[in-house]
Design a protein around this ligand. Structure first.
Ligand code: AMP
Ligand code: GLY
Length: 425
């Protein structure tokens, strides 16, 4: 099978790596890819791994590239091209695509749409008001009281949500958004659960936890995600079954009923509150950096299952199979991320970091002459496994300690509370 992965981040690096492990995959190309993916080539005997430049906003160019490469399966990584409808012309050209149509991707592209689907499917989520004027927003903010949750309705690269006890800050964020969702505050630990689906059958992965805030102890601004781990030793029994039954399957069924089936990866971000589980958000693609933690533990060959989803054949698939181990991914971010990440800082130490079997997935990197340099906010995700979270943390953090980037930032507490048994539901 020949696979084309669209995107250039750490999630795409992990996807290409995992696809390269599948004996049924004979070629995997990333477009545009990144320097870490380009460096994978020699690691896969018999498999051609590489990168091709393309402007992913140019849908005709992506279709032409897929045709030129004789692609059997396109995997679209990021939300922006999915919400822009890239999957549609690829499907129209007769190419199997892992990723939802433009209409189904609205589950991530519009928070109001997601709320509407959840209401129709009786999926538990926070109560919310959708507001289009500052007066409506102020009324909703005062109706809920602090802490205030204010969400931009549209895509915002992880920066559209403000959670604050400061009423003025809440009002100011609402004023910046064209349409805004004011939501009740949801307490309790958060879970990311990903489901591979063909629009009918739902195949859940194992749950992971993401760390959204920039600093240790969940201090500082929201980011795209500073680290992740899996599995969750503290998770209640039957958590995956409960989320599948109450959230994933009803959502997939509702989108099919509307005539816009969701085929691809449905990402449920949830809070396990004292009153039961609640959806915080849906995404229409693999999470970043959860994917960099999850894929090293996946035993099921990835290409086969993504192809089955893309071709509507998931009903025959076996449940996914996982290594009995733990995995931790720590993001190394550029100086001044997320406000104004600095580009051009030299990156060294990746080879030493990887010496112990740790994987360093590239996100914001570029080649400059002989140097690898920073070229984005989240620069690398350092992903390590171990027999338990303690061991995986040790491996990940000793590798992070090898990497040198001037002014870089990382959290030191990824998976720490879980490893210490300090998370309760
Ligand atoms: P989102 O972009 O929707 O994932 O939101 C980013 C982060 O903001 C989430 O991961 C939560 O940590 C937090 N958040 C979002 N909605 C709520 C809510 N209703 N209550 C509490 N925290 C929230
Ligand atoms: N890790 C959060 C996201 O991918 O949106």
């Amino acid at each position: 099978m020949k696979v084309l992965v669209i995107g250039s981040g750490g999630r795409e690096h992990a996807l290409v790596w995992a696809l390269g492990q599948d004996p049924a995959v004979e070629q995997v190309v990333a477009a545009p890819g990144n320097p870490g993916i380009a460096a994978l080539r020699p690691a896969y005997d018999g498999q051609t791994v590489g990168c091709r430049p393309v402007d992913i906003a140019d849908h005709d160019a992506v279709v032409a590239l897929a045709q030129e490469l004789g692609t059997d399966l396109v995997v679209v990584g990021p939300e922006v091209p999915l919400v822009a409808g890239l999957a549609d012309p690829l499907r129209a050209a007769g190419i199997a695509v892992f990723g939802p149509s433009k209409e189904a991707a609205q589950i991530e592209g519009s928070k109001a749409f997601a709320k509407d689907v959840m209401a129709a499917a009786s999926v538990p989520t926070g109560r919310a008001y959708i507001c289009t004027t500052p007066e409506q927003a102020a009324e909703a903010i005062d109706a809920f009281g602090p802490p205030y949750v204010v969400k931009d309705d549209a895509l915002a690269a992880g920066k559209g949500v403000v959670v604050t006890a400061d009423r003025e800050e809440a009002l100011a964020h609402a004023a910046e958004c064209e349409q805004v969702l004011i939501e009740e505050y949801l307490d309790g630990p958060e879970v990311s659960l990903f489901a591979i689906t063909d629009g009918t059958t739902v195949l859940p992965m194992q749950p992971a936890q993401d760390f959204k805030r920039l600093g240790d102890d969940d201090q500082g601004p929201n980011t795209g995600g500073m680290g992740a781990y899996t599995p969750l030793p503290w998770a209640p029994d039957k958590l995956v079954e409960e989320i599948t039954e109450k959230v994933l399957q009803p959502t997939v069924d509702e989108l099919r009923r509307r005539g816009t089936p969701f085929s691809g990866l449905l990402y449920a971000g949830l809070a396990l509150t004292s009153r039961g589980l609640r959806v915080i958000e849906f995404n229409c693609r693999f999470g970043d950096p959860e994917t960099q933690a999850l894929l090293p533990l996946l035993k099921t060959p990835l290409g086969g299952v993504l192809y089955a989803a893309a071709t509507g054949k998931l009903a025959d698939a076996e449940p996914l199979s996982w290594k009995n181990a733990a995995s931790v991914a720590v993001v190394v971010a550029a100086k001044k991320y997320p406000a104004k990440p600095r580009s051009g800082d030299v990156i060294t130490g990746i080879e030493q970091a990887e010496a112990g079997g740790v994987r360093v997935f590239h996100a914001g990197t570029a080649v400059d002459g002989d140097d690898l340099v920073t070229a984005g906010g989240r620069v690398l995700a350092v992903s390590a496994t171990g027999k338990n979270l303690d061991e995986a943390r040790q491996h990940a953090y000793s590798a992070v300690g090898q990497i040198r980037i001037k002014g870089s930032q990382h959290r030191t507490d990824i998976a720490l509370k879980a490893a210490r048994g300090e998370i309760t539901v």
